[in-house]
Design a protein around this ligand. Structure first.
Ligand SMILES: Nc1ncnc2c1ncn2[C@@H]1O[C@H](COP(=O)(O)OP(=O)(O)OP(=O)(O)O)[C@@H](O)[C@H]1O
Length: 270
């Protein structure tokens, strides 16, 4: 297996060897927005029930990569791709794989909390209802389980009929996480989930992510390197659309093998 090679972004290092199952395997992925080559020869294996952080300066392709994993990137008409991504050994860029099916297994939480303008209850019940669940008792159970899973049940259990907009930003973000849990995904993509939150809410979400990784595989884009160091098991460093280095988080932050990683994590650019 190749060691870290910045040139063609094939990065699995010796220390990445693990018995863990690969959830997402990306091979030679390239992505263009029209003429803009946004992702270049990405090779990356994401392991189950871990937190994988994606770091790198603005515009390096972090969000694009995340949105490729649930095919949201296809909503941009100019997008074209080459290469292969498998999710649990199934090729997802293949048109035969329905994006809707993928998205029931791969949930996403965005930078800005984006609850629906509906009651807290309806925010959580929305996804299950779309999937055909109508039984009130079953929906009640899903709502409670999801809110408990996002560690917000005790704060909202007496106000489930109130509009979610009445909650604080940190609470809204946990409602959005609960909404994702309600569709029972096995992967949760998080695009800078705490960047709009105060330190206390950030801390709660970080604790929550640590809990969630017992049951889910989590991929998180973050600009906050302390956050990546605190909560992730592995970290990928992106630069100009390439993966420069991918390794265990401890290694990336204490002994990176590429000078550009070292320069970035020590704040010399970005
Ligand atoms: N919808 C789009 N159409 C055209 N180009 C785009 C589009 N979205 C992103 N890009 C370009 O693709 C490249 C990667 O952008 P992306 O948003 O993935 O970077 P990022 O690392 O997530 O940045 P940030 O940290 O600022 O969110 C950039 O050059 C960006 O301008």
């Amino acid at each position: 297996m190749s060691l870290s090679i910045a040139k063609d972004s094939v990065i699995p290092t010796e220390s990445l060897h693990t018995d863990k199952k690969i959830v997402f395997d990306t091979k030679d992925l390239n992505l263009w927005y029209g003429d803009t080559h946004a992702l270049k020869d990405i090779n990356l294996s994401v392991y189950e029930k871990e937190v994988t952080a994606i770091i790198g300066p603005s515009g390096c392709g972090k969000s694009t990569y995340l949105k490729t994993l649930n095919r949201m990137v296809e909503l941009v008409p100019t997008v074209s791709t080459s290469g292969v991504i498998t999710y649990n050994d199934r090729e997802i860029l293949n048109k035969n794989f329905k994006a809707e099916e993928l998205r029931t297994n791969v949930g996403m939480v965005f930078q800005k909390p984006n609850p629906f303008p509906k009651s807290i209850y309806d925010n959580i019940a929305y996804g299950p209802k779309i999937h055909g669940i109508r039984n009130k008792k079953v929906l009640d159970e899903i709502v409670e389980k999801s809110l408990r899973g996002a560690y917000i049940w005790d704060e909202v259990k007496d106000r489930l009929k109130e509009n979610a907009y009445g909650l604080s930003g940190g609470q809204q973000q946990r409602i959005c996480i609960a909404r994702t849990l309600a569709i029972e995904p096995d992967v949760i993509l998080m695009d800078e989930p705490t960047s709009a939150l105060d330190p206390k809410s950030t801390h709660k979400i970080e604790d929550l992510i640590q809990e969630l990784k017992q049951d889910y595989s989590i991929i998180i884009v973050t600009h906050n390197m302390q956050q990546a160091a605190r909560i992730s098991d592995r970290t990928a460093f992106f630069l100009n659309g390439e993966v420069i280095e991918y390794d265990k988080t401890d290694t990336i932050f204490t002994n990176p093998s590429d000078q550009r990683t070292e320069d970035y994590i020590s704040g010399r650019f970005g």
